[in-house]
Design a protein around this ligand. Structure first.
Ligand SMILES: [Zn+2]
Length: 127
């Protein structure tokens, strides 16, 4: 089990992150609304629209991951144990990244073996 202080810290961090993502979604929606085909050469408009949609999809995915993690913390479903080796994750590491499910050692291994990002940390604000 993680201690209460870590839980509070992680929840606050996740709420902040989610607020940032919501701001970004709002900004992207505005960008999309302002997008006018007449401002672009042929083909460029579709490219620009797809680019914004791509960012939006990423933002939505991060938003739902963050919300799911908030729910886990609130329901005390976060044990703070590594899902691979079942060692306790250092609480400082968990505070640094509340979405972390692997201890530093397993995370490093996963990063080396797997570049597809299945274990990648959830980044915020990265397009
Ligand atoms: Zn581990």
């Amino acid at each position: 089990m993680i201690n209460l202080e870590t839980k509070e810290y992680c929840l606050n961090k996740l709420y902040d992150e989610r607020a940032e993502i919501e701001k970004r979604i709002e900004e992207l929606h505005i960008q999309k609304m302002k997008l006018k085909s007449k401002d672009y050469e042929m083909g460029q408009f579709a490219q620009e629209r797809d680019r914004i949609n791509g960012f939006l999809n990423n933002a939505f995915a991060t938003h739902s991951k963050t919300s799911a993690r908030i729910k886990e913390f609130k329901e005390d479903a976060v044990t703070g144990d590594c899902t691979k080796c079942e060692e306790k994750i250092d609480e400082k590491d968990l505070q640094e990244n509340p979405c972390r499910r692997l201890c530093i050692k397993c995370q490093k291994e996963a990063n080396n073996h797997n570049h597809s990002g299945a274990y990648a940390n959830v980044g915020v604000g990265t397009p």
